[in-house]
Design a protein around this ligand. Structure first.
Ligand code: PLP
Length: 363
């Protein structure tokens, strides 16, 4: 028998959440973003749930090829484009769309010897986030170079928002990024390209932004892109990380627990030991009080997270014995709430689930 920890993947939640994204985006189409092994949920499982999606988007070239191997024939999109010229023939052969975000990529396209079957390119605008993309005043020149190539067809202008989750951000408000995007569009004169703008936060919070192809990531997996709860957006958790108690300790007042003796009991306590640690992807920086569910009842983490174990206060949960079911996050315990106690976001927790945790598919 394997160690008791597993991550249950809820295919019906993935389907439901994609439908929510589509409803918000309508009439725009929706790329289901499946990078990072579908945010830790397993690329193949995501594919099973999302077979009705308009398209799948990711950043890993090998992942894109794997999706073709698994039979995905609809649009595929590499959000950061290609990294090496050597990737281009396969990208072309398998009809994979690419973002082009820098002039070095255009140079590689110019130098590549490819057949004339065009690669669909999404030209990326840097709207002030200053990671990837051409500044608005550079967009026309990039477009001119790309449209001179027979092996390329520019189909979309895309941009990514820095602060769509934060209406009070005054450094780079959403409206300012929209203005930058409009400058880029205007610089192309009569040329009209499709538009791809929305991540989950835009999809859920900025309904006035009209998109052609939204890009939904975290919301598909039932995580919230903002401070509001996933539940308030009608999103359902697509993963439940669960394990079991493998030991119970009765401790006295004044005794401590685990490495560094971080937690000291001020009364007699019952402590449950869970088969889950940072080598499973549970964050080591989880503070005392981080919630878990023991047989469905909330209980606080106490003591430092170890590599293979965490410890939890089960003093008030009478039926918590060795073998009791423990939920780390997911159904009944929002991942965003756990992330909050760990000073991070749900995205990081789900992406960090370690390879040694079995993914079990369910509805
Ligand atoms: C990851 C990614 C997304 C999805 O973002 P979420 O916040 O998870 O919805 C959208 N667009 C691009 C370019 C991305 O890299």
């Amino acid at each position: 028998m394997p160690r008791p920890i597993s991550a249950r993947i809820h295919l019906s939640a993935l389907r439901h959440n994609y439908a929510v994204a589509r409803e918000h985006a309508s009439p725009a189409k929706v790329w289901a973003v499946v990078k990072a092994n579908a945010y830790g949920h397993g690329l193949e499982h995501a594919l099973t749930a999302l077979e009705d999606a308009d398209g799948l988007a990711l950043v890993e070239v090998d992942g894109a090829l794997r999706l073709r191997e698994l039979g995905w024939t609809k649009p595929l999109f590499l959000l950061e484009g290609f990294f090496h010229t050597a990737d281009l023939p396969l990208i072309q052969q398998h009809r994979i769309d690419v973002a082009v975000h820098c002039s070095e990529q255009i140079t590689l396209l110019e130098q590549a010897s490819l057949s004339s079957e065009p690669i669909q390119v999404h030209l990326k605008v840097n709207g002030g986030m200053n990671r990837l993309g051409f500044r608005p005043e550079q967009v026309a020149a990039a477009y001119t170079r790309l449209s001179a190539l027979v092996q390329v067809r520019v189909v979309n202008l895309m941009m990514h928002f820095a602060n769509a989750d934060d209406e009070f951000n005054s450094r780079l408000p959403v409206a300012e990024q929209c203005r930058q995007f409009e400058l880029a569009q205007a610089s192309l004169g009569d040329v009209t390209l499709g538009v791809s703008l929305s991540n989950s936060a835009v999809n859920l919070l900025h309904t006035s932004i009209h998109d052609g192809w939204a890009r939904a990531g975290i919301m598909l997996y039932g995580g919230s892109p903002s401070k509001a709860s996933a539940d308030s957006f009608d999103l359902r958790p697509a993963m439940t990380l669960q394990s079991e108690l493998i030991a119970v300790q009765e401790i006295k007042a004044g005794e401590s627990i685990g490495y560094g003796s971080r937690f000291v009991a001020d009364k007699p306590m019952r402590i449950g030991v869970v088969a889950c640690g940072y080598a499973d992807g549970y964050p080591r920086h989880a503070v005392d009080g981080t919630p878990l569910l023991i047989n469905g009842v909330r209980a606080p983490l106490v003591g430092r997270v170890s590599m293979d174990m965490i410890t939890v206060d089960i003093t008030d949960i009478n039926d918590a014995r060795v073998g009791a079911l423990v939920t780390l996050w997911g159904q009944g315990l929002p991942i965003d709430e756990v992330a909050h106690f760990c000073g991070t976001i749900g995205y990081e927790l789900m992406c960090a689930v370690a390879p040694r945790v079995r993914l079990i598919v369910g509805e």
